[in-house]
Design a protein around this ligand. Structure first.
Ligand SMILES: Nc1nc2c(c(=O)[nH]1)N[C@H]1C(S)=C(S)[C@@H](COP(=O)(O)OP(=O)(O)OC[C@H]3O[C@@H](n4cnc5c(=O)[nH]c(N)nc54)[C@H](O)[C@@H]3O)O[C@H]1N2
Ligand SMILES: Nc1nc2c(c(=O)[nH]1)N[C@H]1C(S)=C(S)[C@@H](COP(=O)(O)OP(=O)(O)OC[C@H]3O[C@@H](n4cnc5c(=O)[nH]c(N)nc54)[C@H](O)[C@@H]3O)O[C@H]1N2
Ligand code: SF4
Ligand SMILES: [Mo]
Length: 861
């Protein structure tokens, strides 16, 4: 038994390079339930992050009573992290689930029935379509539905209504991942594989706190670090995360300066000739443009702009340049910052320069965050064309028209799909009057919440919200639809390294809650959408019909699912696409042959100018003639628009803690997780706290030009001049109980986005901070992770990072900066308040069974 709140990553099972990662099966059962009492174990995969761990659901008397990891799954080899163990099932079992549709009557939401609620939606929808046409409609969906549900939604939106205004919270999440791969390689599709962790010599984590956000992947890294020939780690993150603590080089750069650092690293590769000339000549284009763009970025120039040591830039570049096999991962520290696509493409560029792509241990993981973000991108419920098709290619549009048997003219392709921030802008302007929100909580997760609240409350807007719970967003709805969730419906989804899993229904949904697929199919039927021959647009009876249709949509495309069936996914491991006649068991990594999907007839995009976001267009692209080569894409560095000044002297950044998932609708309802991180906090460095006379636990007010929050202060290991807030805490606690107002990190963030991916800049704003009350003890921030109390005194923290403001000031050796009550020094594994005890215990079985075979001999060669 292990306390998996305190021991986040559980016990070590060390292994050496090229050995297989051992199996360890993690399991939790509800208190009082014995393993012998479990009546059925139902196959699924975890939906609490993009790692996509194989999971079995324990069922007793029609309820989910626990979970265990699937030993044969290539993703997790049996392991689960704290969210998978505690939130996956408890987050669904809660007593305050929505069980009936709600409609707004005289200003208040009242219980109703499906017929009434759906007819309300359909009559409004019809009237708007007749009067104002398809542009009056928008859909804002998720990275948490199932593949089948996105495909239904995509067809309803594109071939039923014909609106380009479709997007998901994937815009806030992995839009840059997709954009960076499209720009460099011609299409979305993850080049690398998790197996690369087993085979690499070095790992670079760019703005990715993997230890907290993909805990099971981090266990694999920890197990390699515990074995012989351990990989060298480089971490790019302004905070002293658990990743940074294991890094040989930590580059704690100023938020918003990623691209400058990347230019410096790329320049070092050129300058030291750590490049593969043959690979570059045979498989890439535009290398001279790249060389010229990075030329000014000496390590000293990087040091000045990014606030890191020049020597560390050199050391990091040397590790990249001289290791045989490097694996890179990229996530929100890059994707949610300014110049996101350019910075993320720079990671691709480093791999292309060294020819380190498609080979064992040489992966690029442009990470996803949400469990099914990949499927939204594939299916096109985010506005992209289904099956990674190119909206600027008329042939691709015609293929979809043929598949769906509709007129190609209805499928929106006259302009780029409308991104989420623009959808909200259209509502603000009044031109969009119907918005259907599914499986996302924008009233907490979008930037600049004071504005978002006004938009959601617009008089002119008819708002449909489809969720498990009455969320902050649902409070604004005209109609609320109760959804069946994980374990209550069947479907598939695909993780970061393209591995497709089947998740089977284990129990009945509560009350009248229905799967999102059923709801979209019902809407299509009631709206009377038809094919050209007059038959219903969607006549699927259930998820498997949807999956069969989807397979046809992917035939011959990069995300080829034609070799996958539900049956094939049953019993064993997930399968990575492409899976077809040529690759019947799936494909571990892409681009082994150095041929990229950039051919103009095949590619998903003709690309953009990374500085301005202007599209390249078909003529120019065809003239460039990439013909299967990858493209070095880059842009000059520009400082973020909002940088600190006298009034707002701090850089503000946001992110996650290991114990919560997003707006906490599930993790807030899992007692072990909620107790581990029960309240919001703000992180500040020791030096800044000392300067301002602030101490651990003080109640502070942080303010930007757009709003303010109040929270308890954590004096921690973050770079000077930077404040960090977790974005998990909205206005409501479980059960819709009003919590403290003004604690959501997004009260302060800015309405701005990357010009190419259109991903909002959630990790960079200018703020000020002041104390409003003394604390009564330390803040309740976890002490097991990046938010742990500072491990050094004021004097020594300047040496590494330098300061963002007041560089020349002599710092007083501030007493009273120690965390109160002696909690949380580096050695402490305790968290505040204690969440251990029997309730957080899980079993770990380090099994003597053979680990799953993860790569074929051919792929290892
Ligand atoms: N526990 C937990 N796990 C999750 C989730 C969750 O909510 N909770 N959500 C899932 C989802 S949807 C996602 S998208 C992923 C996100 O996973 P991550 O991207 O790993 O998580 P974040 O905490 O948002 O950001 C990562 C790091 O970026 C750093 N950072 C901030 N600004 C900058 C900058 O300018 N440059 C650089 N280089 N770094 C910067 C932050 O200090 C932070 O440590 O996690 C997934 N997994
Ligand atoms: N400041 C700041 N803001 C951020 C971020 C950040 O790092 N900093 N990160 C951004 C990122 S990467 C992300 S992914 C977003 C996440 O932001 P959100 O998408 O708003 O977060 P969630 O809390 O996951 O919301 C998902 C909703 O779907 C519901 N749900 C779950 N399963 C189902 C289902 O099967 N059907 C239906 N209908 N509903 C379901 C849940 O109850 C929940 O209300 O936040 C973004 N916002
Ligand atoms: S790593 Fe992600 S997918 Fe795996 S158990 Fe944890 S939350 Fe679930
Ligand atoms: Mo995300």
């Amino acid at each position: 038994m292990v306390d998996r709140i305190a021991e986040i990553w559980g016990s070590r099972t060390p292994y050496a390079r090229e050995e297989r990662w051992p199996v360890r099966v993690d399991q939790v059962l509800a208190e009082g339930v014995q393993e012998s009492e479990v009546q059925r174990w139902v196959q699924s995969a975890c939906v609490l992050c993009s790692n996509g761990c194989g999971i079995d659901i324990a069922v007793k008397d029609g309820s989910m009573v626990g979970v265990r990891g699937r030993s044969m799954d290539i993703v997790n080899h049996g392991r689960l992290g704290p969210k998978g163990l505690f939130a996956s099932w408890q987050g669904m079992n809660h007593k305050d689930r929505l069980t009936k549709p709600l409609i707004r009557e005289n200003g208040v939401l009242v219980e109703s029935d499906w017929d009434t609620a759906m007819e309300r939606i359909v009559s409004r929808s019809r009237a708007l379509l007749d009067e104002k046409g398809p542009l009056s409609h928008g859909f804002y969906t998720s990275g948490q539905l199932f593949l089948e549900e996105y495909y239904a939604q995509a067809i309803v939106g594109k071939a039923g209504i014909g609106t380009p205004h479709m997007d998901g919270n994937t815009r806030l999440c992995t839009a840059t991942s997709a954009a960076a791969m499209k720009e460099s390689f011609g299409s979305d599709g993850q080049p690398g594989s998790y197996v690369d962790i087993d085979e690499c010599d070095a790992m670079f984590l760019f703005g990715h706190n993997m230890a907290e956000t993909q805990t099971v992947l981090w266990m694999r890294v920890l197990d390699r670090l515990a074995g012989p020939d351990k990989p060298r780690i480089v971490c790019v993150d302004p905070r002293d995360t658990e990743v940074a603590r294991h890094a040989e080089v930590h580059l704690p750069l100023r938020p918003g300066t990623n691209l400058a650092l990347m230019h410096g690293l790329v320049r070092e590769l050129f300058a030291n000739r750590w490049i593969d000339e043959d690979y570059i000549a045979a498989h890439t284009m535009n290398v001279e443009e790249l060389r010229a763009t990075v030329e000014p970025w000496t390590p000293e120039a990087v040091a000045e702009t990014c606030g890191v040591a020049a020597e560390d830039v050199r050391r990091a570049a040397e590790i990249f340049g001289t290791s045989d096999r490097v694996l890179s991962t990229v996530l929100q520290g890059f994707y949610q910052s300014s110049q996101a696509t350019a910075a993320s493409c720079a990671v691709n560029n480093m791999h292309l320069l060294r020819g380190m792509i498609g080979k064992p241990g040489c992966g690029i993981l442009q990470m996803n965050g949400q469990p099914t973000a990949q499927n939204n991108r594939e299916c096109g419920a985010d506005g992209d064309l289904s099956g990674f098709r190119n909206w600027e290619n008329p042939q691709h549009v015609q293929e979809l028209a043929d598949l769906w048997n509709v007129d190609a003219a209805i499928i929106p392709h006259w302009a780029p799909p409308t991104h989420a921030m623009q959808i909200f802008r259209y509502i603000e302007q009044g031109s969009m009057e119907f918005l259907w929100v599914s499986a996302t909580n924008p009233a907490v997760s979008m930037p600049e919440l004071p504005r978002i609240r006004d938009i959601l409350a617009s008089e002119s807007l008819f708002l449909v919200v489809q969720d498990l719970y009455l969320t902050e967003t649902a409070q604004y709805a005209d109609v609320v639809l109760p959804a069946a969730g994980w374990g209550e419906k069947t479907g598939t989804f695909t993780n970061v390294n393209r591995t497709v899993h089947l998740s089977e229904q284990a129990v009945d949904p509560p009350g009248e809650a229905r799967s999102d697929l059923d709801t979209f199919l019902d809407y299509s039927r009631r709206m009377g959408f038809t094919q050209l021959d007059g038959t219903p647009l969607l006549d699927w009876k259930g998820p498997e019909d949807a999956f069969t249709a989807w397979k046809e949509c992917t035939r011959g495309r990069p995300c080829d699912y034609t070799g996958i069936t539900y049956e094939k996914l049953r019993g064993g491991s997930g399968v990575p696409w492409p899976c077809n006649e040529d690759h019947p068991d799936g494909t571990v990594r892409l681009y082994r042959d150095g041929i990229f999907p950039t051919d103009p007839e095949y590619c998903e995009t003709y690309g953009h100018d990374l500085l301005t976001g202007g599209t390249v267009g078909p003529e120019t692209y065809k003239a460039m003639d990439p013909g299967g080569r990858a493209i070095f894409k880059t842009a000059p560095y520009h400082p973020a628009h909002e940088t600190p000044d006298e009034d707002y002297p701090f850089r503000y950044t946001t992110g996650r803690t290991v114990y919560h998932f997003h707006t906490r609708t599930k993790t807030g309802r899992a007692p072990q997780l909620n107790d581990a991180a029960p309240a919001a906090w703000v992180e500040i460095s020791v030096n800044d706290a000392s300067d301002l006379g602030l101490g651990e636990g003080d109640i502070v007010r942080v303010e930007s030009r757009r709003g303010h929050i109040t929270a308890a202060l954590r004096v921690g290991d973050i770079r000077d001049g930077t404040l960090f807030a977790p974005f998990h805490y909205g206005y409501w606690d479980q059960g819709g109980t009003p919590a403290q107002e003004h604690r959501a990190a997004n009260e302060l963030t800015i309405t701005e986005w990357d010009p190419v991916s259109k991903q909002p800049v959630l990790k960079n704003a200018a703020v000020r901070i002041e104390k409003i009350a003394d604390g009564t003890g330390p803040s309740l921030a976890p002490t097991t992770t990046a938010s742990r109390p500072a491990t050094h005194k004021p004097a020594d923290s300047t040496s590494q990072t330098g300061r963002d403001s007041g560089e020349s000031r002599v710092l007083p050796p501030g007493p009273g900066q120690q965390p109160a009550h002696g909690h949380g020094r580096r050695s402490s594994r305790r968290i505040l308040p204690t969440a251990g005890g029997s309730a957080a215990q899980a079993t770990e079985t380090i099994a003597p069974v053979e680990p799953p075979a993860v790569a074929t001999k051919e792929e290892r060669a």
